[in-house]
Design a protein around this ligand. Structure first.
Ligand code: GLU
Length: 559
């Protein structure tokens, strides 16, 4: 009897998959166990080729990459294109570009739209059709999967019946019409040209529990899967569930690090690993990145939030190191402490740990990112800032790029202002801030608007500028430059020190700070700038004089 059933299953399998010429054993030998150090994590990032990389995707990829790197393992990129509707042209290349622009290194898998590296490929699911079918066929031979010829209408009818009876919907048990289909019946359906999906003959029961230890969420207990889920669609392409099991087994993944929207499917996945005779991988389900809104929390949305797209950070010019650093603070709460203790160590040295991941969704905080970013930029050298701003500007701000390239020494002198290692300024938070930051150094960028304070009259300001022209000597060292301004202030009736003014304001027109403020605004347009002495030096005598003369003229015109 058993032998009879076996031949029947074998016949059914050959009927469904007549053209396959490889066996399961063939693939098992083709993709052997990897020889890696004990405890090495082999994991992957497995996006669909939609071209869109969500910050949550980058987060997941970073976690996978760090987990693999810390253990001497492998981090690979697999493209999950079983849903053709989601695909766009160059979708793979765009995702790779997104990963690379944040310094993500991929050990194996896809490296461009069409090329891959590594011995466990193909790394694009649509090129693995025969592999999935070979494993699916083996399940049919064992009586663990079967073809289902139900039409949409028939499935809808089953669902309606279940709704009326108020029982769990789906294709299972007595509702699974083709569960026990015979070879002859299947043959007749196929000859009639009916399409079929392949379903798993589930042995699971809702009364029994699947238990596993999620590396992030801890012990998980869920009812077993009792549904005869689809494993191959009518076009012979696998569902996510089946492709996940086959691919992660054959690519020898040890860890599945993925978004927790998949947690509810874990019973199906574990069941498939068991049924296929594969060793179960370890799972780590990441909580999504959340956003605060109206006192509540919601997932960062591709549709509503520009910051959900990784390209946003690139366009805004957040340094990749700052973004990665920020994501690491979301990943492991001890990261910041580590960073304070190791200010100069590359973040790749951080002992990242999956078990320290937060169980609930991390809250996205642009202010925190900005803070990390400006700290990071403040520690760079002028040459590094110059190179990064230029690289960003070449892509997003051509005018700025050409100005920076026209006179490299001048641009670097600007970025050198107050870039002292002890107490660097933190004016630039991202490369797109650079234009505004340096605008008044370039006649081509400066709008020439002068934001003079309102506490002095125009005549007083004109007088200050006229006097300053007489004493200004760009070879003066800083202390002398300032004593001259102080002297000039006193001569014109201003207090040489702010505190003198504060004691007896009635005795003065203002104080030395007001006087240098007039000079500052007349050459930069702004009331707040980095060190004025350094600015005057970088601008150079000619520009300084021109701007002071223009200011005098403008003030006179307004008078
Ligand atoms: N292609 C799946 C997704 O984009 C991958 C999930 C996984 O990592 O297994 O959600």
């Amino acid at each position: 009897m058993i032998a009879l059933i076996m031949t029947e299953n074998k016949k059914l399998a050959d009927l469904l998959f007549p053209a396959l010429d490889k066996t399961v054993e063939y693939y098992e030998n083709l993709y052997p166990e990897r020889s890696l150090p004990d405890g090495a994590i082999v994991t992957r990032f497995a996006p669909s080729p939609t071209g869109f990389l969500h910050i949550g995707g980058l987060f997941a990829a970073l976690i996978g990459q760090r987990a693999a790197m810390r253990t001497g393992g492998v981090f690979y990129l697999r493209i999950e294109d079983t849903d053709k509707k989601r695909e766009i042209q160059n979708g793979i290349a765009e995702i790779i570009k997104g990963l690379c622009s944040f310094g993500m290194t991929i050990d194996e898998g896809m490296i461009s739209e069409t090329e891959s590296v590594g011995g466990y490929g193909p790394y694009v699911q649509s090129e693995r059709k025969e592999i999935y079918q070979t494993y699916a066929k083996a399940l049919v031979e064992k009586g663990l999967a079967y073809p289902c010829f139900c039409s949409e209408d028939e499935l809808a009818k089953i669902r309606r019946e279940q709704e009326e009876q108020k029982i769990t919907p789906g294709y299972y048990g007595e509702f699974a019409k083709h569960r026990n289909i015979t070879y002859e019946q299947a043959k007749a359906e196929i000859e009639a040209g009916k399409p079929f999906v392949l379903r798993l003959k589930s042995g699971g029961s809702l009364d029994a529990k699947v238990v596993f230890e999620d590396l992030i969420k801890g012990r998980i207990e869920m009812p077993e899967n009792n549904q005869d889920i689809v494993i191959l669609k009518t076009d012979g392409i696998p569902t996510y569930h089946f492709a996940h099991a086959v691919d992660d087994h054959l690519m020898r993944s040890t860890h599945i690090i993925r978004g927790d929207e998949w947690l509810s499917s874990a019973p199906i996945h574990l069941q498939l690993f068991d049924v296929l005779g594969f060793e179960r991988p370890k799972y780590a389900h990441i909580s999504p990145i959340m956003k605060e809104e109206n006192g509540g929390k919601r997932k960062l949305s591709k549709r509503k939030d520009p910051e959900a797209a990784v390209t946003y950070y690139h366009e805004e010019g957040y340094p990749k190191e700052a973004v990665v650093e920020y994501l690491l603070t979301l990943a492991n709460s001890n990261y910041e402490e580590w960073r304070i203790a190791n200010p100069a160590v590359p973040n790749t040295e951080f002992p990242f740990s999956l078990s320290k991941m937060s169980q609930s969704g991390a809250l996205f905080d642009l202010v925190k990112l900005t803070d990390i970013s400006k700290n990071y930029i403040s520690l760079l050298t002028k040459d590094e800032v110059y190179a990064s701003v230029l690289e960003w500007a070449k892509q997003y701000n051509e005018k700025l790029a050409s100005l920076l390239e026209k006179d490299e020494a001048y641009a670097k002198a600007i970025f050198a202002i107050e870039r002292s290692p002890e107490k660097p300024r933190k004016d630039i938070t991202k490369w797109s801030d650079a234009e505004n930051y340096i605008a008044y150094f370039y006649d081509e960028l400066w709008d020439e608007k002068r934001d003079f304070a309102e506490n002095l009259s125009k005549d007083d300001m004109i007088e200050i500028l006229e006097e300053y022209k007489k004493i200004y000597d760009d070879s003066d060292p800083q202390d002398q430059w300032f004593s001259k301004i102080r002297q000039m202030s006193e001569d014109l009736g201003y207090a040489g020190m702010p505190k003198l003014y504060r004691k007896n304001p009635e005795n003065y027109k203002g104080h030395v700070g007001d006087v240098s403020g007039v000079i500052r605004v007349s050459v930069t347009g702004r009331r707040n700038t980095p060190d004025l002495y350094e600015i005057l030096h970088v601008l150079g005598k000619e520009r300084v004089m021109n701007r002071i003369n223009d200011s005098i003229r403008l003030l006179k015109e307004e008078n």
